[in-house]
Design a protein around this ligand. Structure first.
Ligand SMILES: Cc1ncc(COP(=O)(O)O)c(C=O)c1O
Length: 407
């Protein structure tokens, strides 16, 4: 009898679950339908059970009972939750991350501040595979300020290469901005090298960490990252529309100015003074009244990720995506699929893309079979394998049902 396990068998996936140190975390999430194969945690993460109780308490006791007195405590939440994300998940120091507004708004604010800090330089570098909202914001900024955008056209699977970026960067570039993990392919950009390259050219570098936070370690402090933004409703499980985070390296906090001078960024904001006088540090990056329900939900989600630990999360993401790629190779090439994510695990985040000309229709038919994935034009079915809530058997089931559909 062969001792080599059949790596395409359900039993193999079950054995991986049995050995998974993060398996117990799934029990800390609401799972109403145990038969639903949910492979879309990179769009909207599942609901932590602790968040239900926390929101009930916030709404019933704090809002219902404390009323406006809640504001004695709530103003500390954006910085506290920011520190939790910053120190536990992206490698920042305390006082470098704040939770506020949306990723789009934060991206706009940081890009604007970066351009303002490099007067006289007229170019922005980004890539055409970057997330649409980032590209649209940059187009608007370039138009408003008379700047040019140097668009890179990276390989759709492998993402932007350092050498291509080096060619596009000179001393006229004010800002380089890219996604760390690409939303479609999950390719991981070489953040340390690109950040260094930007600094050597005197540019600022802004990273979108929406698909990195709580899925891959980032090491913002270690790599001297200037600026970053990211969503909290994906791997952080903060809930639909939960407020985003924003990171500014401590050394830049004096130099860069928040372009929206709202009263929550004001020193002693209840003094209602005549002139804007920003708070010191990261607190100056607040704008208006924060969403308290959103913040407490982000805090609960981030606590779970911190308890699991980013290194364990990363290890499981690699194992989940490796299983998915192995099943793709074994089953899905003949019916016309190709891998839309890097094969090298170090270059891949926590989802995989499978490309197929009928990808849109197949995603819909998977949903009819109780497998939730998403589709990203033109041809990529994304399998989001959020490590705290996805089992290896979920990967197996999802791809097995796709094999049956496509075969
Ligand atoms: C890379 C990236 N940036 C930004 C966003 C969205 O930003 P917002 O929360 O402002 O809609 C997403 C959403 O999926 C994303 O994947």
């Amino acid at each position: 009898m062969s001792t080599v396990a059949d790596t395409t068998s359900r039993a193999f996936a079950e054995a991986l679950d049995a050995a998974d140190p993060l398996a117990p975390f799934r029990d800390r999430f609401v799972i109403d339908d145990p038969d639903l194969i949910y492979l879309d945690g990179n769009s909207l993460g599942r609901l932590p059970i602790a968040t239900v109780a926390r929101l009930q308490h916030l709404v019933r006791q704090e809002w219902g009972g404390d009323l406006v007195r809640g504001w004695d405590r709530w103003p500390g939440l954006p910085a506290d939750v920011g520190d939790l994300i910053g120190t536990e998940l992206i490698g920042a120091m305390p006082g470098e991350v704040i939770v506020a507004d949306s990723t789009t708004v934060n991206f706009y604010r940081l890009a604007t501040a970066a351009l303002g800090a490099r007067p006289g330089r007229t170019a922005i570098v980004t890539d055409r595979a970057n997330f649409p909202t980032d590209r649209y914001v940059l187009q608007g900024l370039a138009r408003a300020r008379g700047l040019s955008i140097r668009w890179l056209d990276p390989d759709p699977v492998e993402g932007p290469r350092v050498a291509d970026i080096a060619q596009a960067v000179d001393d006229d570039v004010a800002l380089i901005t890219l996604s760390h993990v690409n939303y479609r392919s999950a390719s991981v950009a070489d953040l340390p090298a690109i950040t260094r390259l930007g600094h050597d050219a005197g540019a600022l570098v802004l990273w979108d960490l929406s698909h990195s936070v709580a899925s891959v370690p980032v090491g913002v402090q270690e790599h001297g990252v200037d600026l970053a933004v990211g969503c909290t409703y994906k791997y952080l499980n903060g809930g639909p529309g939960s407020p985003a985070f924003l990171y500014v390296r401590r050394e830049l906090q004096e130099e860069l100015r928040n372009p929206i001078q709202g009263w929550f960024g004001q020193r002693d904001f209840l003094a209602m003074g005549p002139e804007y006088d920003p708070q010191p540090g990261i607190a100056a990056w607040q704008v208006g009244t924060p969403s308290v329900p959103g913040l407490v939900a982000v805090e609960e989600g981030a606590r779970l990720c911190a308890a699991a630990g980013i290194d364990a999360i990363r290890a499981k993401a690699v194992a989940l995506t490796e299983l998915a790629i192995g099943l793709h190779d074994a089953w899905l090439r003949p019916p016309g699929f190709s891998l839309g994510s890097p094969r090298e695990s170090a270059r891949r985040g926590a989802h995989i893309a499978l490309r197929h000309p009928d990808g849109r229709a197949l995603s819909g038919r998977l949903a009819e079979r109780n497998v939730i994935v998403d589709f990203r034009a033109p041809d990529s079915i994304r399998f989001g394998l959020s490590p705290l809530t996805t089992r290896f058997v979920d990967v197996w089931e999802g791809l097995e049902r796709l094999r049956v559909l496509a075969g």
